[in-house]
Every structure is written in structure tokens, then in C-alpha cells.
Ligand binder design. Structure first.
Ligand code: XLS
Ligand code: NI
Ligand code: NI
Length: 438
């Protein structure tokens, strides 16, 4: 028995069901193109917001019953939390979870204690995973909550704090590896600044580059085959975060020679905060070959912070899912629900309802995206739009055969007089809308 035992295992019952604790669309074994729905989506529940956040905000205390939380968190509390979390994963019927080191373990004050406590809960996780078949999508170290990290971890002005962070990451990366994690995430929550007046930006970036290189080097040393992921976010809690968006992360990876080693975990809400569309972030990551995984929690268009809401608008997600389907799915990534309940959603059943709604939403978007890709109209529209580039002139330009002067002379001599052509944007948009029927 756990806090989450009152809900019967959630099953697919189809769109007509009256049961709120059933999937209407998410049918894990349904074949979508060449893959099972579950293999396309790989939904994951996060430990942090779901079990480790009591519903506090800056104006008020916890509202959600999470009896295993306290200061400090004892091993018994961590064990109760583990029990409740796995009970939830199994009843919800998801195959993956994600966690931060401190979400799962008993509170530690020294590094030795940290290592021991993480190992203890790792043993508990390993046993639960073996018994249930639940797998780890990614692990990550929390390098932002403890007061020591107020000025950053890898970008801290203090090398002793940097060393603490390194120790935490080594423990968590190794634990993730032993647990068969498919990825390891670094979200640079405080790797940024609140004021440039007291910040040596160049030094901090070099420190961060070195940190990441050490992580990559250690990954290879221990034989971890998963993907190292950076999670871009423009700000919050800091005024400016160095991993601002996918393009900024790529520039950083290139500068420190890590572009082939590290990919990105793109969060919908973070794209919104950066003033970018989620599908833009995916497109940039694909263009640079660094697309990894997704945190599918969304923001609120009128609020300028990470509201971390469960997704509920499938149509909005279809352009992103089209890209995923065009790529034939994730490599090591998945859809992590890095999402928070609202503070008034204090019934244990609310955590189920939130995830069921969110998982059905991504399932709807997947089905629509698969139809769009099968239809082929959108791909044809794009192909047609760029077809000049497969012609002789296009090939000569992209091959590098022409200089600026050579190209200018050619244009002048041939008297080029190209007519503008329609981009058919409205048609493209209606091609998405027409398949949003699930
Ligand atoms: C915070 C981030 C965080 C990362 C993991 O905004 O989304 O939850 O996903 O540290
Ligand atoms: Ni976030
Ligand atoms: Ni996230």
C-alpha cells in the first residue's frame, strides 16, 4: 500500500470510455507506422516534481500530501518515497522514470555521506526496476538547490564548490550507468549570472567547458553508452543562463570541442521562455545533429516563468511530432513529464489524471503527425519550394564551385529575372490542422 494505491492500474479503454482513469488514445501496443506507440513516445515520470515537491511557491507552503518529505529526509523516508513512486509508475503503466540525486536519497551533509546515501537508494531502485521492468530514462545531479550553489556549480567563483559539483556528478553518472540509464542530463540551473558587474563571463564559460569535458571523459572511462544531454533554458532562477537555447548550447559545445559528444534535452516551457517555438528548438537541434530528448511540460503564454504544466493541446505539438516522425523517432531520448501539478490538485488521484491527460495528448499528436508524414503533402510542398537547389545552378552554388564574383557575373550575363513564388504557408498549416482528429 502506498499513497498512490487507491487507483486501479490504468489501461487503454478507447475514446468512448467514461472512466477518467483510463487512456483514451494512448494504446502502448498500437502500431504507428513501423513502431509500437510506447516505443515512439517513451513517456517518463519525473521524481522531482511528482514526489519531491510539496506544492510550495514563493508565497505559500506545501499543499500536496507527500509524507516522506522532511528536513532532513531520513533513509526510511526515502524508502517510502521509492515505494510510492514505483507503485505510481506501475499503476500508470509507464516504462520510464527520471530523477535528480537528491530527489531520491536521504539527506547528506558530507560528500562521503552523499555517496553512501545515493548508493543505498540506488540499490532500492535497482531492486524495484528488476521487479517491475521500469527503466531509467535519465539521471541528473541537482547542482542548484543547496545554498553552496547560489553562485553556480561549474561556473562558481569558488573552485571548492566546483569540486563538490564534480563529486556529485561522478556519483550520479556512475549510478545512472549502473542502473542502465539511457541518458544523463545536465541542466545548468545556476550556470549563469544575476549581474554582469560581478561576473567574469569568459572565465565562467571556460570553467563550464572544462567541467563538461571531464564529464564526457568520465563517461567513456566507465563505459557509459547513454547520451550526455544539456537542457537549455534562458533564465530562472538566474537572470541569464549560459545554456540559453539550443543554438547557444551548440555554439558552446563547438567552442569546447564537445559537439559530437553532447546533445540536448529540449523542454517546451524553456523554449517558450526563450521566446522561441518548441518546434524551432527541435529544428535547430536536428540541423546541428544534437537532438536528444524532450521535457514535454509546457508554460503559460501569459506567465514569464516555468509553470511546468502538463501538456493538453495536441495540435500545438504536431509540428514537433512531425519532425520526430520524419526522423523515425528518438534515439536514446523520450518524453519526460518534468511537470508540476497545480497547488490545488492535492488529491493523490490528481497525479494520475495529470499524467493520463498528458500522455493522451502526446499520443494524439503522434497519430496526427504520422498521418501528416504518411500523406506526404507537407514534404512535397517543401521539396517543391527548394527544387531549384537540385538544379544545375543550385548545385554549382552549394558545391562551392562559384566565387561571389563568378556568381555575380553569371547572374548578370544570363540576365536572371526570377519571379517570387508562393510559400503556401496557409496550406501547410491546414495540412496539420486536418489531421488533428484523434
Ligand atoms: C528546470 C529544469 C529541470 C531539469 C532537470 O527548469 O526543467 O527540471 O529538467 O534538472
Ligand atoms: Ni524546466
Ligand atoms: Ni526540465
Amino acid at each position: 500500500m502506498s499513497l498512490f494505491s487507491s487507483v486501479e492500474p490504468v489501461r487503454f479503454e478507447g475514446p468512448g470510455t467514461k472512466n477518467e482513469f483510463a487512456y483514451r488514445v494512448y494504446d502502448k501496443d498500437r502500431r504507428v507506422l513501423d513502431k509500437r506507440m510506447e516505443d515512439w513516445l517513451k513517456p517518463a515520470v519525473c521524481y522531482w516534481h511528482s514526489f519531491n515537491w510539496p506544492g510550495t511557491d514563493i508565497f505559500g507552503g506545501g499543499t500536496l500530501p507527500r509524507p516522506w518529505l522532511g528536513t532532513p529526509v531520513t533513509q526510511a523516508m526515502a524508502d517510502t518515497k521509492l515505494e510510492a513512486a514505483f507503485d505510481f509508475f506501475v499503476r500508470l503503466g509507464v516504462r520510464y522514470f527520471t530523477f535528480h540525486d537528491v530527489d531520491a536519497m536521504a539527506t547528506a551533509t558530507t560528500l562521503r555521506e552523499h555517496e553512501q546515501n545515493l548508493k543505498k537508494i540506488e540499490a532500492g531502485m535497482a531492486a524495484k526496476m528488476a521487479a517491475t521492468g521500469v527503466k531509467l530514462l535519465w539521471g541528473t545531479a541537482n547542482l542548484f538547490s543547496h545554498p553552496r550553489y547560489a553562485g553556480g556549480a561549474a561556473t562558481s567563483p569558488d573552485p571548492e564548490i566546483y569540486a563538490w559539483a564534480a563529486a556529485q556528478v561522478r556519483c550520479c553518472l556512475e549510478a545512472t550507468h549502473r542502473l542502465g540509464g539511457e541518458n544523463y542530463v545536465l541542466w545548468g540551473g545556476r550556470e549563469g549570472y544575476d549581474s554582469l558587474l560581478n561576473t567574469d563571463l569568459r572565465r565562467e564559460l571556460d570553467q563550464y567547458g572544462r567541467f563538461l569535458s571531464m564529464v564526457v571523459e568520465h563517461k567513456h572511462r566507465i563505459g557509459f553508452k547513454g547520451t550526455i544531454l544539456i537542457e537549455p533554458k534562458p533564465f530562472e532562477p538566474t537572470k541569464h543562463q549560459y545554456d540559453h537555447d539550443v543554438a547557444a548550447v551548440f555554439a558552446f559545445l563547438q567552442r569546447y570541442g564537445l559537439a559530437k559528444e553532447v546533445k540536448v534535452n529540449i523542454e517546451v516551457n524553456h523554449a517558450t521562455l526563450a521566446g522561441l517555438d518548441f518546434e524551432h528548438e527541435i529544428a535547430v537541434a536536428r540541423a546541428f545533429g544534437i537532438f536528444g530528448s524532450i521535457d514535454i511540460n509546457r508554460g503559460d503564454p501569459r506567465n514569464g516563468w516555468d509553470t511546468d504544466q502538463f501538456p493538453n493541446n495536441a495540435q500545438e505539438l504536431v509540428p514537433s511530432l512531425v519532425q520526430l516522425v520524419e526522423d523515425r523517432g528518438f534515439n536514446t531520448g523520450g518524453f519526460n513529464f518534468d511537470a508540476k501539478l497545480r497547488r490545488q490538485s492535492m488529491d493523490p488521484s490528481d497525479l494520475y489524471l495529470a499524467h493520463i491527460g498528458g500522455i493522451d495528448t502526446i499520443a494524439r499528436a503522434l497519430l496526427a503527425a504520422a498521418d501528416v508524414v504518411t500523406d506526404g503533402g507537407l514534404a512535397r510542398l517543401r521539396q517543391e519550394r527548394y527544387k531549384g537547389w537540385s538544379g544545375e545552378l543550385g548545385k554549382r552554388i552549394t558545391s562551392g564551385a562559384l566565387s561571389l564574383a563568378g556568381l555575380a557575373d553569371l547572374a548578370t550575363e544570363q540576365g536572371l529575372d526570377p519571379a517570387p513564388r508562393s510559400g503556401h504557408q496557409e496550406l501547410a498549416e491546414s495540412m496539420i490542422a486536418r489531421y488533428c482528429k484523434y
